[in-house]
Ligand binder design. Structure first.
Ligand code: ADP
Ligand code: ADP
Length: 225
């Protein structure tokens, strides 16, 4: 589960061409980074994979089903946003439980999954707090925990570490890699940071001005003669 196929994907905003001719496959369980400078179309691509943006041409499927034809609650994916996007009036527990409640997950399962995710991210002590009572790093862990509690086949990350200081960023990156190994889900990760892409990825999609420049393993992209 979790194979993503992009076929001749194009996106325009009015007269602006945001991305064009994106064709590649993200294999089941792979960690794939979309790498490139600001404005090259990374977020647009990720948002289309998530079904948050319409696709202007071509198609994106997850496990053979077009994402733009599935209702949001049937999409087997979780999105981690750069600004965390936590619900400010809800406790950490309820932030993590919300997506599961929406999908009518039984209550005992919700509690088990939230506890498991909280344990993996060491945020159990904060379950009864509100986001404003947490540091930036703790909020980011809650955002990751909320995604993990959903147990999707696909994780989508939009620059999730960019608001953290350098030390925390390194720690969280290492943990993210370990979590990816433990959970076995497919991950698509947007960054403009080459080092992040190198350390995290099975495959890197190098983008420039809305086009795919290269698609390959870190070795293929950085060590070819
Ligand atoms: P990146 O994530 O690599 O920084 P984006 O995907 O955000 O790039 O943007 C790709 C291009 O699409 C840019 O030229 C940007 O200005 C344009 N774009 C993105 N979102 C919109 C929007 N909502 N309306 C108009 N243009 C947009
Ligand atoms: P709601 O606002 O959705 O009614 P509550 O905060 O009243 O949510 O909690 C509903 C249920 O969620 C509780 O009965 C409990 O099972 C679970 N729950 C809430 N907070 C925690 C927590 N910190 N630890 C474990 N379970 C919790």
């Amino acid at each position: 589960m979790g194979e993503i196929v992009l076929d001749a994907v194009r996106k325009t905003y009015g007269k602006t061409l945001a991305v064009e001719d994106l064709t590649y496959t993200v294999g089941e369980g792979q960690f794939v980074t979309l790498l490139g400078p600001s404005g090259c179309g990374k977020s647009t691509t990720l948002n289309m994979i998530a079904g948050l943006e319409d696709i202007s041409g071509g198609s994106i499927t997850i496990d053979g089903r077009r994402v733009d034809e599935l209702p949001p609650d049937k999409r087997d994916l979780a999105f981690v946003f750069q600004d965390y996007a936590l619900y400010p009036h809800m406790t950490v527990y309820n932030n993590m439980a919300f997506g599961l409640k929406m999908r009518k997950t039984p209550k005992d399962q919700i509690e088990a999954r939230v506890r498991d995710a909280a344990r993996r991210l060491s945020i159990e002590p904060f379950l009864d707090r509100k986001p404003k009572e947490l540091s930036g790093g703790q909020r980011q862990r809650v955002a990751l925990g909320r995604a993990i509690a959903r147990r999707p086949s696909v994780f989508l990350f939009d620059e999730p570490l960019s608001n953290l200081d350098a030390l925390l960023r390194d720690q969280t990156r290492t943990e993210l890699k370990q979590l990816h190994r433990d959970l076995g889900a497919t991950s698509v990760y947007v960054t403009h940071d080459q080092e992040e892409a190198l350390t995290l990825s099975d495959r890197i999609a190098v983008m420039s001005k809305g086009h795919l420049e290269q698609y390959g393993s870190p070795e293929e992209i950085y060590h070819h003669p």
